[in-house]
Design a protein around this ligand. Structure first.
Ligand code: AVI
Length: 323
């Protein structure tokens, strides 16, 4: 029987640097064998995880996305002028909603490169951008953006001025020391426009990460579903629960999955023991003051030149220049 072809071939050029499944298996086994069990947040974004994250972004409690979008809308002309006609490289592009605001204000931008670990989601988003923005070349790079970008393998990024766009406060999911290393890595892209969530009351912060509809919980627990499916483990989801707490001293939301009983989970030949109440850390989400973030950026060799924010100072968008 001939293979069934997809309904519409994607016109998007894809550069695929997705890490092999073996990386996922060894990273999971390594993370689950530490005294504080931990999983890298990047593993949350399989297809279902990306859909759930999009749902989080629409939650009334999750102010980050709509506030950043409003900042982009309110300052679109100013930001478009900053972009000039450089190749716009979006790191962790997800469903690329924010870039639409910028592209609408910056018709001089002719090349967009979306970098994301979630291949299908990324390709669909780039295809939609090509459909909606005439004359725009949208290129998909499936990669872990925290690792050095293999620029030499992406002709569109060579010998052309580029600017990085890193919205959503994903930088807050890195530890502060990792932020400096990350900024040094992405310095190859030239200037950077980066979204950073600001410090505020736990009364606003905690519901943003533990909503009444349970979407944040489903998003975190989905990583166990993924490990069961892709690595053949046997996590029983009814025996785990999601928790999120703002650690004011550390300035971060701490997200974890807690075991509801003493139990043993199997992954290959490895037995992973959980005590009742023991946690598996899924994410940290750091919050900064504007000054704190600018200091980190300067440590990484950037010059903060401009900050855009909203009237309630919930969120900030920074233009960092190469020094
Ligand atoms: C992607 N990142 C910025 C989100 C955040 O706010 O830290 C991830 C997230 N996890 C649960 N809710 C949102």
């Amino acid at each position: 029987m001939p293979p069934t072809s997809p309904t519409k071939p994607s016109p998007v050029k894809l550069y695929d640097f997705h890490p092999p499944v073996e990386d996922f298996r060894s990273a999971v086994l390594r993370g689950l064998s530490q005294p504080q069990k931990v999983l890298s947040p990047q593993f949350l974004y399989d297809k279902r995880g990306s859909e759930l994250f999009d749902a989080i972004c629409r939650l009334p409690e999750y102010y980050l996305t709509r506030t950043e979008m409003q900042i982009l809308r309110d300052n679109a002309e100013d930001i478009a002028a900053t972009l000039g006609d450089r190749v716009l490289v979006e790191l962790g592009s997800g469903s690329s909603q924010k870039i639409r605001i910028l592209l609408s204000a910056a018709p001089q931008v002719k090349t967009y490169v979306g970098v994301d670990i979630s291949r299908q989601h990324l390709q669909e988003a780039c295809a939609a951008l090509m459909d909606d923005f005439e004359g725009l070349d949208a290129i998909a790079v499936c990669a872990d953006y925290t690792r050095p970008l293999p620029i030499a393998a992406i002709p569109e990024l060579q010998n052309r001025p580029t600017i990085g766009f890193f919205p959503g406060s994903s930088i807050g999911n890195l530890e502060p020391a990792e932020v400096i290393a990350f900024l040094k890595t992405v310095a190859v892209l030239g200037d950077l426009i980066v979204g950073v969530d600001l410090k505020k009351s736990p009364i606003i912060l905690e519901p943003a990460y533990d909503d009444t509809q349970g979407i944040s919980a489903a998003f975190a627990l989905n990583v166990l579903v993924r490990i069961n499916r892709e690595l053949g483990a046997n996590f029983d989801l009814s025996q785990f629960e999601y928790r999120a707490h703002y650690n004011e001293k550390a300035g971060r939301i701490e997200m974890a999955i807690a075991s509801l009983c003493d139990q043993t989970v199997h992954l290959d030949d490895t037995k992973i023991a959980f005590k009742a109440g023991e946690t598996l850390r899924t994410e940290h989400s750091y919050k900064y003051t504007i000054d704190e973030f600018q200091l980190l950026a300067m440590e990484a060799g950037f010059q903060p030149v401009q900050v855009w924010t909203d009237k309630h100072q919930l969120f900030s968008l920074h233009h960092l220049k190469q020094m």
